[in-house]
Design a protein around this ligand. Structure first.
Ligand code: BES
Ligand code: ZN
Ligand code: ZN
Length: 498
């Protein structure tokens, strides 16, 4: 969809609908903005008892009194509560009204208050992103009859005052790059696992490389090479599946490089639990277990279009976690790339096994300045933080703080969690260097992070457990049920700020 910026007067904007916003009990501004509509606006406000409460909306036929066919008014609630998340949710709510009313083009009026609180660049970027993301749908498997019901949005205008235009065009361009990447990540995760196989992820990486004429370099390692390299933990997980594993290595190097960052994405294309088989209910959404990998791939699609000064390496140990006659068994002892041995007591704690080899590889072969891993790693993290917030761990205070800032500015959510030293002993094994589960009931997200820490050495590292926010179990303003593309925006924001 095309989005453009216009400083046109509100009444003269031509569109199917104009989306406006009002804070609670603050309807004066909106009345003043549309003098010709004052009367019908007042009537509607009174009749529908619209007070600008958060998530309230009011739709008015403008009867030709202004150039837009409808006016959609979205409540923002208390001014004090207003933040980046609310901004995007409010825009998304407006877009939803446009879609529900089967309209195809619309304008969004950015209120003055937003431009007082945020710079034009930030306000426009968040608005444009919310438009791109809230209109996403994954409908390729719907029947023709159903598809007929959908109408694609055609064009959107973002209106800001002529005095505030600086930075708006860049914001639009960046928002489009970010949103395309998020949409790509969503598509990858939403695909059924028989489509989004390790081979498919590898092909996606190769396609990205080809599209950007080798600005992104991709190498795919096959099973034989992975065994030869000594990635015993990764191979252990992969060997029970009929789908062959693909170790996907991506790299992007801009002309001027300040430092190198490795991104690791968990790439289990389906997690049955293996022989420690999951129950049916817990398996329902397990095609999502490659959301970290999808995020890394989507980031690489965007990198060549951004003006970066960091070299980025992406590592994905793609495979399935399946039970079979060839599968990993509880009690097996695996040897990771860095030589550490792991006693596997639960084959459903497989993500950390594949990540152990990717992190070791990053440390020993890539020698980066920083490592960031994203993984749908534990149900325990969802128990702790719910479905919207990722858990954040790391061994470097500065990096943690910068990731937090980037995440917040990107409109995503994280919460910092401890790498509690006293829990390390929970991972001690009597037969190997480590075991892959703690055995106890509690603190599972923390022990998983502690397990990963064993493979990063001294390199500044952060781990994001995205088990919750990677997938929305029901429709939300910015995402229909399914993959959210979580992590793409925060990573891109972080990389740009380096
Ligand atoms: N992929 C799952 C974690 C997960 C759960 C992601 C729910 C998204 C939603 C992971 O491989 C897993 O199975 N973890 C186990 C670890 C346990 C066996 C120590 C879990 O969380 O139950
Ligand atoms: Zn698992
Ligand atoms: Zn998993």
């Amino acid at each position: 969809m095309k989005i453009s910026i216009k400083p046109t007067d509100l009444g003269r904007l031509e569109s199917d609908a104009i989306i406006c916003f009002a804070f609670k009990n603050n309807l004066e501004e909106i009345r003043n903005s549309f003098p010709s509509l004052a009367k019908i606006l007042q009537e509607a406000i009174e009749k529908e008892d619209f007070a600008g409460n958060y998530a309230d909306s009011l739709i008015i036929h403008t009867k030709g009194l202004i150039n837009s066919y409808k006016l959609i008014l979205i409540g923002l609630g208390e001014k004090n509560d207003f933040d980046i998340y609310l901004l995007q949710k409010a825009v998304a709510q407006g877009v939803k009204q446009v879609l529900d009313n089967k309209l195809v083009n619309f304008a969004v009026d950015i209120p003055d208050y937003w431009l007082e609180k945020y710079q034009t660049y930030q306000a426009v970027k968040l608005t444009a992103e919310a438009i791109h993301l809230s209109s996403y749908k994954f409908s390729k498997y719907k029947g023709a009859e159903e598809l007929k019901k959908y109408r694609d949005l055609d064009e959107a205008i973002i209106r800001i005052p002529a005095t505030k235009l600086q930075g708006a065009d860049t914001a639009l361009r960046i928002a489009e790059i970010f949103s395309l990447a998020v949409r790509q990540a969503r598509d990858l995760v939403n695909e059924p696992s028989y489509v989004a196989t390790p081979k498919f992820l590898a092909q996606t990486a190769l396609d990205i490389s080809k599209k950007h004429k080798n600005a992104v370099k991709v190498k795919i390692f096959e099973e034989k090479e992975v065994i030869k390299m000594g990635m015993g933990a990764y191979y252990g997980v992969a060997k029970g599946s009929a789908e062959s594993l693909k170790f996907i290595h991506l790299s992007y190097k801009p002309p001027k490089v300040k430092k190198k960052i490795v991104l690791v994405g968990k790439g289990i294309t389906f997690d049955t639990g293996g022989l420690s088989l999951k129950g049916a209910e817990h398996m329902e959404t397990m095609k999502l277990d490659m959301a970290g990998a999808a995020c890394v791939l989507a980031v690489f699609s965007a990198l060549p279009m951004l003006d970066l000064q960091v070299e980025v390496c992406g590592l994905i140990a793609a495979c399935e976690n399946m039970p079979s006659g060839r599968a990993l068994k509880p009690g097996d002892i695996l040897k990771a790339y860095n030589g550490k041995t792991i006693e596997v007591l639960n084959t459903d704690a497989e993500g950390r096994l594949t990540l152990a080899d990717m992190l070791s590889y990053a440390v020993l072969e890539e020698k980066p300045a920083e490592i960031i891993d994203l993984a749908t790693l534990t149900g325990a993290c969802m128990v702790a933080l719910g479905q919207d917030i990722a858990g954040l761990w790391g061994n470097n205070e500065k990096m943690l703080a910068e990731i937090e800032t980037s995440t917040f500015e990107a409109g995503e959510k994280v919460w910092r969690m401890p790498l509690e030293k006293d829990y390390r002993e929970l991972l001690k094994s009597s037969m190997a260097d480590l075991k892959n589960i703690s055995g106890g009931k509690y603190g599972g997200a923390i022990t998983a992070a502690l397990f990963l820490e064993e493979f990063v050495g001294k390199i500044p590292w952060v781990h994001l457990d995205i088990a919750g926010p990677a997938f929305a179990e029901k429709d939300t303003p910015l995402t229909p049920r399914g993959a959210t593309g979580y992590g793409v925006r925060l990573l891109l924001r972080y990389l740009i700020s380096r």
